[in-house]
Design a protein around this ligand. Structure first.
Ligand SMILES: O=C(O)COP(=O)(O)O
Ligand SMILES: [Mg+2]
Length: 226
């Protein structure tokens, strides 16, 4: 049984505005400057702790692990309370997920967002029902681009690595898919400092309407491992 493994932020959902609001609440409360959204878009994809670290570096602040913890706690508290103010599924997501399920695909989420944020966000947006498994950045001891969360998502969804496909928006997802030994489709509307064209995904889509065609084209392609 094959699994479509979806990244979350920048792939299934447009979450940038809510992430920026929370990051800037945290930054300004700690006495640092707010960061413009276009710059934050280059910092998302490795979870909230890395987002905070990159935000501090953007503000020229030297940080230690001890500095990050209270900011992370503040981030979790504020983001959990404001998780879907602006965040919505990208256009065509629900139609595509329904069609894939009808066609017999298992579906999973594999995100670097913490599990305790990921599950409520999916519920809030009425997306939980479509997924056989949800893996967050802290579900396993390692996160994407490591292969383990991708393999974990596939096995928790009841599927096999062979035939499964990753869909993501950043270098982290593309490398995670490569490490996991599965093909990867990149969306070109997500959050990445490097255009996905330069990252060598197996296919690129610009709208969820194009996903079925890309999946069909890859379904019988042997996996690349480099
Ligand atoms: O950085 C994050 O919060 C998670 O991002 P992802 O869903 O793109 O893995
Ligand atoms: Mg992403």
């Amino acid at each position: 049984m094959s699994v479509l493994v979806f990244d979350l932020d920048g792939t299934l959902v447009s979450s940038m505005e809510d992430l920026v609001v929370t990051l800037n609440v945290v930054m300004t409360a700690a006495g640092h400057s707010a960061i413009p959204q276009d710059d934050v878009a280059h910092m998302v994809g490795m979870g909230a702790k890395v987002l905070i670290q990159r935000g501090l570096e953007f503000n020229g602040v030297d940080w230690t692990d001890a500095d990050i913890e209270p900011l992370f706690e503040h981030f979790l508290e504020h983001y959990a309370a404001n998780i879907a103010v602006h965040t919505r599924p990208f256009v065509g997501v629900v139609t595509a997920l329904e069609a894939f399920r009808k066609d017999g695909w298992k579906l999973a989420v594999c995100t670097n967002k913490a599990e305790r944020l990921t599950l409520p966000l999916l519920t809030e947006l009425d997306l939980s029902q479509y997924f056989d498994a949800v893996v967050g950045g802290d579900t396993f001891s390692v996160s994407k681009p490591d292969a383990e969360p991708v393999h974990g998502a596939i096995s928790r969804a009841g599927g096999t690595v062979t035939g499964s496909i990753m869909i993501g928006d950043s270098v982290t997802d593309i490398n995670a898919a490569r490490n996991a030994g599965i093909p990867v489709i990149a969306v070109d509307f997500g959050y990445t400092p490097v255009p996905v064209e330069q990252l060598g995904p197996d296919r690129i889509i610009s709208h969820f309407d194009e996903l079925a065609g890309a999946v069909a084209a890859l379904a019988d392609t042997p996996p690349r491992t480099s």
